[in-house]
Write a protein that binds this ligand. Structure first.
Ligand code: BG6
Length: 656
């Protein structure tokens, strides 16, 4: 089963049975022997077939430079699908039927003779499969071929005849504003805008699609969706992976082009656009385009003030040994590269609804966790009401869209702590996709192919949208090109450069960190926990802020909780007050207290102001009681790692 599948994306086949299948067509894949085809397109077609969503009148014709017969191509796909399919079980019968519809021919994209043969072949397949003259062209090739393919397809008469003709174009769509404008011009010389489907695979994610459904099918949120009630919005796309051998591509790109200008701006448009007149593709895309056009294009002074960039350095152990290379040492990366692998920015949407509401975006590679979240923070309730009570501070309400890897929606609010005193604590309600829907893993490309075949462009970007996004990104690229960067400026596995925290602190705010299952899995104690166990732990985490110099743990005190550092640094001190170790973002301490209520063995002090997540022993024990299958495993780890002898019943005892 493939690791590429990131998206919980389909209902079970039984629930799909009322749905219409894709339209009949011949799908012509350019770049059929490439990575995208085998990793994503073919597994997506297979998923559609498994869910009964693929028309019976459907055939695939692959074309690429590699010399191969159709039989050899099918053989190759037979092997690849075993590696890259995303389902729990492989359905050989469905696959056999699907692969029998695959055909292949080799040829170069500039040779008109190849296009003549293609035309003939497509028309044969059209007759054989009764595809009604419909042809879906998929450009799974480098962008430099897009214009050429459009021209040659049109010249060889592919636009003519009955049935629809549609083109799916992969990203990146341009590398800057000028190249995107030129590409649009080249394509639209030969084809019409409504025939062009520009892929942004984030739009294929169920959790991204749900942003619109959530906003417009629930009456309680839209009235609050504006500057009067919302304090700020944060878009966070953290990646734990580095450039993963794609240095050649990435060094020409950077996070702004790779993630922000496309994926993040698409999410921004969904979250902040005006209410469309209908769910029709153009009504939605018109509003998205208007929103992106309202995002302020920065002057150089504004870029300097509102945007931060970063590049990761190596991972070095305490003895100075390089464990993992920094970005500049990655394969195919210029050793003096100025390319940013991290960016954080505050944007302004200059329209009536959002005037003055900070919109923060941050994304980067080689960070301490993978997690995409959108955090909508509402304005706080007035604290004045609580004068004369023990309540000193009220937190803000938050609505969090967990896009991936955890997929869900969460609302954070305040509740009274049970007891005679009026004390309040932030709590939350969570909806998880995995709990509510019987879902199988999708690649995200299924919905793209499916909706394109039905002529629905909603999930694709439009020329004006792409241009509007480049208009916002261009001043950042111009400024960065001109101004030297002090790289590398963040360590692998960290939260990114310090300047990013300072950027938002200047506004009196913090990045809202979301702990994910992945983060907890890095902790020895929790690494074998299943999703339910881990999500219960996450819900039990409480936020605590400490000031520089404050003692967090005092040696000799009875430990009742452990800590996870969200931001900041703490020092572990010996009896004489000498610093033994410094712990920072992402590190844990005090975990022995979760296992035993024994006195602390060292003092821990905040070196800087810190944001900490606290997990209390009572909560931990309660969660273990609910998930007794993990108690034995935890005891084993306690024995092996900490030399602590305890048994499961002690751990789950109610006294806490
Ligand atoms: C791609 C980028 O578009 O998106 C990659 O080129 C990035 O660099 C990827 O890792 C992230 O996608 P996802 O679906 O894993 O969030």
């Amino acid at each position: 089963m493939s690791d590429n599948a990131q998206v919980v994306g389909s209902y079970s086949a039984a629930e799909q049975s009322d749905n219409v299948t894709s339209n009949p067509c011949v799908m012509l894949i350019f770049g059929a022997s490439g990575d995208l085809t085998k990793r994503l397109l073919v597994p997506a077609l297979y998923n559609l077939a498994c869910d009964g969503l693929l028309s019976k009148n459907f055939a695939i014709l692959g074309i690429a430079l590699d010399e191969m017969t159709t039989e050899q191509y099918r053989e190759r796909m037979n092997n690849d699908i075993k590696k890259f399919h995303t389902r729990q079980q492989f359905d050989q019968k469905v696959w056999d039927d699907l692969i029998s519809r695959f055909h292949y021919m080799s040829g170069g994209f500039s040779d008109m003779k190849v296009f003549e043969t293609l035309k003939k072949k497509v028309s044969e397949l059209n007759g054989q499969y009764q595809a009604q003259g419909n042809v879906l062209f998929y450009f799974a090739v480098a962008p430099r071929f897009f214009g050429l393919l459009c021209e040659n397809l049109q010249k060889s008469g592919f636009r003519d005849g009955p049935g629809w003709k549609r083109i799916i174009v992969e990203k990146p769509f341009g590398t800057d504003l000028a190249s995107a404008l030129k590409l649009n011009e080249d394509i639209l010389k030969h084809w019409q805008e409504d025939q062009i489907y520009r892929v942004d695979h984030y739009l294929g994610k169920e959790t991204v699609q749900n942003l619109l459904t959530f906003r417009f099918s629930n009456g309680m949120f839209e009235p609050l969706w504006n500057k009067n009630y919302i304090d700020n919005i944060q878009f966070n796309v953290c990646e734990a992976v580095d450039v993963e051998g794609r240095g050649g591509y990435y060094d020409q790109s950077g996070v702004l082009r790779d993630m922000m200008q496309n994926h993040m701006f698409q999410m921004l448009a969904y979250l902040c656009m005006e209410v469309p007149g209908s769910f029709s593709s153009d009504a939605i895309r018109n509003e998205k385009a208007k929103l992106l056009q309202a995002v302020r294009a920065y002057t150089p002074e504004e870029v300097e003030r509102f945007v931060v960039r970063g590049q990761y350095g190596p991972n070095v152990d305490d003895a100075g040994k390089v464990l993992k290379p920094g970005y500049r040492q990655e394969k195919d990366v210029n050793p003096e590269s100025k390319t940013e692998t991290y960016a954080a920015a505050r944007f302004h949407i200059d329209n009536w609804r959002w005037e003055g509401v900070p919109i923060y975006l941050r994304s980067g590679k080689a960070l301490w966790k993978r997690g995409t979240e959108i955090v909508v923070t509402f304005k706080k309730a007035p604290e004045v009401m609580f004068r004369g009570t023990p309540v000193e501070h009220i937190g803000a309400n938050r609505l969090i869209f967990h896009i991936q890897p955890y997929q869900g929606i969460e609302i954070q609010f305040q509740a009274k702590i049970p007891g005679p005193l009026l004390k309040i604590q932030p709590v939350h309600m969570r909806f998880g996709y995995g709990d509510a829907f019987k879902a199988s893993r999708y690649t995200g490309y299924e919905v793209m192919i499916y909706s394109c075949s039905l002529g629905d462009g909603t999930l694709f970007s439009r020329g004006d949208l792409v241009e509007a996004a480049w208009r916002v990104a261009q001043p950042l690229m111009d400024y960065w090109k001109a101004a030297p960067a002090d790289f590398p400026n963040y360590a692998r596995n960290s939260w990114g450069p310090k300047a990013a925290a300072e950027l938002i602190k200047r506004d009196g705010r913090n990045w809202h960190e979301v702990v994910t299952e992945e983060v907890l899995k890095k902790v020895e104690l929790f690494k074998d926990g299943d999703l339910l166990f881990l999500s219960q732990l996450i819900m039990a985490l409480k936020a605590r802020q400490t000031a520089a110099g404050e003692t967090v743990i005092q040696k000799g005190e009875l430990g009742k909780e452990m800590y996870l550092i969200a931001r900041g640094e703490v020092e572990v001190l010996d009896d004489a007050g000498k610093v033994l170790k410094t712990l920072k973002d992402g590190d844990l301490f005090g975990e022995i207290a979760l296992l035993m209520s024994t006195p602390r063995t060292a003092t821990v002090r905040s070196k800087s102001s810190c944001d900490l997540f606290v997990l209390e022993k009572a909560d931990f024990n309660r969660i273990l009681r609910d998930n007794p299958q993990f108690a034995d495993g935890v005891c084993k780890i306690a024995r092996e790692r900490y030399d602590l002898k305890l048994n499961a019943s002690e751990l789950t005892a109610t006294k806490g």
